[in-house]
Ligand binder design. Structure first.
Ligand code: PGA
Ligand code: ZN
Length: 432
């Protein structure tokens, strides 16, 4: 055990060219570790608040105030503390901030420091972070959920749905799941180029296509899976992040790219038809962040055959998970450490979801960096799925490559994917 000697912060740059906070924690014995905060674009209103400078420079996105708050408020609160006491450190930072949404020091400052402390503790213990988090030394590699097409707020609304992803549920190891995804990404690229539909690459590295409708993008994704030689559903499935708060006006849901609008029942009927016609393994944020009734109806209708995931809907808050899931909303939870602001609260969200029998997916943000903390959290906490955007650009590939390194160097790995995932697929297999 060595106490914290100092906490330094600096402004660095994320994958969108925006400033973000890097924290560096130094221990009395000289051990040093760092972590960088990511940033969302389609953020939930219940998230920990980022501290940004405002004004005209850098569109108001500067983080000088957050760096200052790290030095003036967070550092004095935790210097001298035992680095192995993550819960105590996180608690001291929350107390120093003193607000319910971390708006005084910023969730961006706090998550960077919290993660840097965790890295420092693992470094001091002489272990990779994932191993430091596990008692049994078994690496639990997560099943990747990888974006092929991007839309919504990440692609200037070219289509309304945000993420069209693939999940290689038939792969038998992490490495194979990436190889399969790479084949699909390449097949999709070829297909879009041939059809003249390629507009560019969206914020998370997925293609930003010119499609006539949201459903056309789902159909194209299915085509890409088949073109790449995989059996849809059995080997590779489709996942959608609908990010529907972006197309909800408080009363109705609007798909601007198609000029259509829906009430709750009509939207649910559309989702149900897609569930019948495509090999969809999960739908995320199908209803808006406060439309609990919509999410409950969706879970009741479709929850027996796919994951109904809450992202902006739960914002990684354990109390919100227990309250809303207790009412019947969702059967899976997206986990984003910076939504809640500390490692300890992120862990509490995972544990709360587990107590309720829900699956978890650890996720990156649309604004990312070379930081690979989430990969270690997934492997170390045995969170069975990982969502990191697409299969391009180094802020994404850094995470996939870190997973490969862990899989290849671990002495033991648990079966892949996690044996308890997607019971409905196993049931269908048994019936055949
Ligand atoms: P965000 O999007 O990081 O822009 O919030 C990612 C997601 O919605 O999963
Ligand atoms: Zn989402």
């Amino acid at each position: 055990m060595s106490p914290i000697k100092s906490v330094q912060a600096r402004s660095v740059w994320d994958s969108r060219g925006c400033p973000t906070v890097e924290a560096v924690v130094t221990l009395v014995d000289g051990t040093q570790a760092s972590a960088i905060a990511p940033a969302g674009a389609s953020t939930g209103s219940g998230e920990a608040r980022e501290l940004r400078d405002g004004g005209t420079a850098l569109k108001g996105l500067g983080v000088k105030a957050a760096v200052e708050a790290t030095h003036q408020i967070l550092a004095p609160a935790i210097v001298g503390m035992d680095i192995t006491d993550q819960a105590g450190i996180d608690q001291a930072m929350q107390a120093a901030d003193g607000t319910p949404d971390k708006s005084r020091v910023g969730g961006n400052s706090m998550i960077a420091v919290s993660l840097a402390c965790l890295w420092a503790a693992s470094k001091q213990a002489g272990q990779p972070l994932w191993q430091y988090l596990r008692a049994d030394n078994v690496a639990a590699l997560p099943l990747p959920e990888i974006q092929i097409f991007g839309g919504g707020a990440h692609a200037k609304g070219s289509v309304d749905l945000q993420d069209f992803l693939v999940v290689a549920n038939g792969a038998t190891c992490f490495e194979q799941s990436l190889e399969w995804t790479a084949e699909i990404y390449l097949a999709a690229s070829k297909m879009l180029a041939q059809q003249g539909k390629m507009l560019g690459v969206a914020d998370e590295g997925g293609f930003w296509p010119q499609f006539g409708s949201n459903e056309a993008a789902i159909a194209a994704l299915l085509d890409a899976i088949v073109m790449a030689g995989f059996t849809p559903g059995k080997e590779v499935s489709i996942a959608l992040d609908l990010a529907s708060t972006q197309y909800f006006d408080g009363t109705r849901y609007h798909w601007r790219s198609e000029g259509r609008s829906f009430d709750r029942d009509q939207l649910l009927a559309t989702y149900a038809r897609w569930a019948d016609n495509y090999p969809i393994i999960s739908m995320e944020d199908g209803f808006a962040e406060d439309d609990v009734e919509g999410m409950c109806a969706m879970t009741q209708l479709l929850g027996h055959k796919m994951q109904i995931i809450g992202d902006d809907f739960f914002v990684t808050h354990a109390p919100r998970i227990s309250e809303r899931a207790g009412r019947g909303a969702c059967n899976a939870v997206l986990i984003k450490p910076n939504q809640v602001g500390t490692v300890t609260e992120t862990r509490q969200a995972v544990e709360q979801a587990r107590r309720l029998g829900m699956d978890c997916i650890i996720s990156a943000r649309s604004g990312e960096t070379e930081d690979v903390s989430i990969v270690h959290l997934a492997v170390g906490w045995d969170v069975p799925q990982l969502k990191v955007g697409s299969f391009a650009r180094s802020e994404r590939m850094a995470k996939w490559n870190e997973g490969l390194r862990i899989e290849q160097t671990a002495a033991r790995t648990r079966p892949f994917p996690s044996p308890n995932l997607f019971p409905w697929i196993k049931k269908a297999g048994a019936a055949r």
